[in-house]
Design a protein around this ligand. Structure first.
Ligand SMILES: Cc1ncc(COP(=O)(O)O)c(C=O)c1O
Length: 358
C-alpha cells in the first residue's frame, strides 16, 4: 500500500462494474457491454486508415467537420452540437459544469451505472427514483422530486439496464412540467434500436424546451464503441459550459473522422436496426419459452429475471462456457441478467449455455 492521499469524495465514487471474463481460454461470446457484434462499415475503416497519416498533428479542437455533419443530420445549428470522447464524457463534464455541494441531481434507478458518479464526484445530492414495476421510468415520481436545488434530471430512454422505453409524448409532458432552470438530459444511447418511435421524433422537443439536452453515441448502433465518440444536442450554452471544463483536444483526430464517415451510411444503420430487432425477437421468445420473464426491450439487450435462481452461479456457469453477460447485482437489479444481443450464433450459444446452467 502506498501513502498517497486522495480527496475525501473519492470514497463516495463507485467503481465501474466491469464484466468478468472468468478465465475462459477459447473464443468468448461478448454479450456484456451493449456493443453491436458487427464491425464498422468498410468506408469508416478506410477513412480511419487515411487519418492515421496525420497523427503528428493535434485534432481539430472545435471538431468542426463532425459537428457540422451532425448539425446537418439533425437539422440544428452547429453551435448546438457538443461532441465528446464518448457520451460518458459529456455526462461527466455536464456534472462538473452544473453540479456542486448543495445542488441536486435526479435520476431513475436502476439506470446507467455512471449516473451515481455525477453526484459522487461533485458533492451534489443524488436522488434515485425507483423504476416502476415494468422497469420503466416513473416520470411522475421523478417530477415530484424537483426542488429549487435541482440542477439536473437524467432520463435514460431506452433505459439501461432494463431496456424499456417511454413514448416521446410522455417525455415531452415531463419536460414541460420541469422548471426551466433544471437541465433535462435525455440519454438516448439506444434510441435507434426501438420500434416505439422514429429516433428523430425527440428532436423537435429541443426547440420547444431550451433546458432539454439529447445525448447520443456512436458506440452502439454505429459500431464504434472502441473509438469513443458521443454527442449532445441542446442549447449552445450547454456546449460552451461543458467545453470549458474539458482539455482543449478532447476528441481524437481518428475518432472525429470515423464518426463523420459513419454518418454517411444511414443504410448500414437501418440494416443493423433490423438485424437487432430480429435477434431481439428470437432471444426474447426463446427466454420466455424457458419460463424466464423479460421486460419489453426496445434496445439491443434483454433484461432477464432469474426468479429465485442464484445470479452469481448462473453468471459463473455462463462464464465457464465462454459466454460473458452482465449480472444485475452490479447494475442495481439483483437477480437479473443483462444480455446484449450478439450474432445469431452467439445468441444461440448463450441459450445452449443457459440450458446447461439452469
Ligand atoms: C445509457 C447509456 N448512456 C451512455 C452510454 C455511454 O456511451 P459512450 O460509449 O458514448 O460513452 C452508455 C454505454 O453503455 C449507456 O448505456
Amino acid at each position: 500500500m502506498s501513502a498517497i492521499e486522495f480527496v475525501t469524495r473519492l470514497r463516495e465514487i463507485p467503481a465501474y462494474p466491469a464484466a468478468e471474463a472468468y478465465g475462459y481460454q477459447g473464443e468468448r461470446a461478448l454479450m456484456a457491454s451493449n456493443e453491436t457484434p458487427w464491425p464498422p462499415h468498410p468506408a469508416v475503416l478506410e477513412a480511419v486508415k487515411e487519418a492515421l497519416g496525420g497523427l503528428n498533428r493535434y485534432p481539430d479542437p472545435s471538431k468542426s467537420a463532425l459537428r457540422r455533419r451532425l448539425a446537418e443530420r439533425h437539422e440544428l445549428a452547429p453551435g448546438r452540437v457538443t461532441v465528446g470522447n464518448g457520451s460518458c464524457e459529456i455526462l461527466l463534464a455536464a456534472a462538473q459544469a452544473m453540479l456542486e455541494p448543495g445542488a441536486e441531481l435526479v435520476y431513475a434507478w436502476p439506470s446507467f451505472s455512471i449516473y451515481p458518479h455525477l453526484a459522487a464526484m461533485t458533492g451534489a445530492r443524488a436522488i434515485a427514483v425507483p423504476l416502476d414495476e415494468d422497469g420503466r421510468h416513473d416520470l411522475e415520481a421523478m417530477a415530484a422530486e424537483v426542488t429549487a436545488a435541482t440542477r439536473m434530471l437524467l432520463v435514460c430512454n431506452p433505459n439501461n439496464p432494463t431496456a424499456t422505453a417511454l413514448p416521446v409524448e410522455a417525455i415531452e409532458a415531463f419536460v414541460a412540467e420541469v422548471p426551466r432552470h433544471v437541465a433535462v438530459i435525455l440519454d438516448e444511447a439506444y434510441i435507434e434500436f426501438g420500434l416505439l418511435q422514429d429516433p428523430d421524433e425527440s428532436l423537435p422537443l429541443l426547440d420547444r424546451h431550451p433546458n432539454l439536452i439529447v445525448l447520443r453515441t456512436f458506440s452502439k448502433v454505429y459500431g464504434l464503441a472502441g473509438i469513443r465518440v458521443g454527442y449532445a444536442l441542446g442549447p449552445e450554452d450547454f456546449r460552451l459550459g461543458v467545453e470549458r471544463v474539458w482539455q482543449p483536444f478532447a476528441v481524437n483526430a481518428v475518432a472525429q473522422v470515423a464518426a463523420a464517415e459513419a454518418l454517411r451510411h444511414g443504410d448500414e444503420v437501418a440494416r443493423r436496426v433490423e438485424r437487432t430487432a430480429v435477434e431481439r425477437l428470437h432471444l426474447q421468445g426463446e427466454l420466455e419459452e424457458r419460463g424466464l420473464s423479460v421486460t419489453d426491450s426496445q434496445a439491443n439487450f434483454s433484461w432477464v429475471s432469474l426468479g429465485d435462481r442464484d445470479e452469481a452461479e448462473v453468471l459463473e456457469g455462463l462464464g465457464a462456457r465462454g459466454v460473458i453477460v452482465r449480472g444485475g447485482t452490479g447494475l442495481g437489479g439483483a437477480g437479473h441478467l443483462r444480455v446484449t444481443y450478439g450474432t445469431r450464433a452467439e445468441n444461440d450459444r448463450f441459450l445452449r449455455a443457459l440450458d446447461e446452467v439452469l
